[in-house]
Design a protein around this ligand. Sequence first.
Ligand code: DGL
Length: 212
Amino acid sequence: MKIGVFDSGKGGTTVLEAIKRVLPNEEYKYIGDSKNCPYGEKSDEELMRIVCGIVDELCDFGAEIIVIACNTATAKCIDKLRELYPKIEFVGTEPAIKLAVATGAEKILVMATPGTIESERLHELVRDNKMNNQKIELLACAGLADAIEKDENVDEVLNRLLKGKKNYDVVVLGCTHYSLIRDRIQKYFPEALLIDGNDGVASRVQQIVQKH
Ligand code: DGL
């Protein structure tokens, strides 16, 4: 099948790799929209306009499945995209809160863009999954996706955001760009389990392909 994958830049390549591991023989087109990065600091209207342009391009390629390899665009656009493009199977990427909760961890940190952190969908995920003994802290990481995309000042931004933060059992990488610097984030939380939603996205895409 033809599968389109997009993100605001290179973050989504981590999702694409996970999908290709389980589905090596499909035909892929990846769009890394670095000229509009960061998505996490755009208004809902502007982001929707940008994302529709990309979806149109992936439709021209003939994509039957479109993977939104971006937590921010998923949180803000997926419902509207499903209405606007009813023939396309959209698969979104969401912060792996269910997975984090399922580990039984007591203290969980969710790192994501300001756009994802403020989204209704994220608050729903926390509300629907958190158990009473669990504490889930949300951290809006302004500037981090952009620094990773441009490969500029990443350590400075990490220090500003993470210095002094400790005692988490699980850290959720709620932006696909963060998976690219997993080792650098792990240094701040040597004891914590770091998780992302990439394998979950890959298995959802696999289910759809198998159904076809
Ligand atoms: N990689 C994206 C995400 O998963 C978007 C980062 C951004 O452009 O702000 O949220």
